[in-house]
Design a protein around this ligand. Structure first.
Ligand SMILES: [Zn+2]
Length: 161
């Protein structure tokens, strides 16, 4: 009787490797407009549905409820109201930077002035401050912009508490 190779005393070996997989993908004309306006003018924009009037941020191609193509870019304020917030304590790898973001930090869902949906981002507070639902916050832009979400460095409290 023949012995199959996997029945012999064979241990599994592993090959260690570090892979590097740089890639790019098209983000679409609506997202491109969003990031260009931030990069070039420090202005947040949304897109308005001609059918229902909803304004979405960041801009998207289609209004889901109406299922119509969106065209109307509108300027929003760089401030908004915190609708939900959580304190992040888990130091996960930030997909935007590939590094661990120092914890803890606040992460908020913000209704920007003029928008109907929520925009999520880091909310940074100063020592002694805390952020709560209902607080007004404003975008703080990165000094060096690259045309991505990191161009909004964080949101900060708009009113001193
Ligand atoms: Zn609509």
């Amino acid at each position: 009787m023949r012995t199959r190779y996997w029945e012999r005393d064979t241990s599994l070996l592993a090959i260690e490797d570090v892979s590097r997989m740089p890639f790019k993908w098209a983000i679409g004309i609506e997202s491109s407009k969003f990031f260009q306006e931030i990069r070039d003018r420090e202005v947040l924009v949304g897109i308005k549905c001609q059918s229902c009037g909803r304004v979405y941020v960041p801009p998207r191609m289609v209004c889901g409820p109406c299922f119509v193509k969106l065209y109307d870019i509108v300027e929003l304020g760089n401030e908004g109201v915190v609708k939900a917030v959580t304190l992040v304590n888990y130091p996960f790898i930030d997909p935007d930077t590939g590094t661990r973001r120092p914890v803890p930090y606040d992460y908020g869902y913000i209704q920007l002035d003029g928008a109907d949906n929520l925009f999520s981002h880091v909310v940074r507070t100063k020592a002694g401050q805390s952020v709560e639902v209902g607080d007004r916050v404003r975008a703080v832009f990165a000094s060096v912009k690259k045309g991505n979400v990191q161009d909004i460095a964080y949101f900060e409290l708009a009113d001193s508490k």
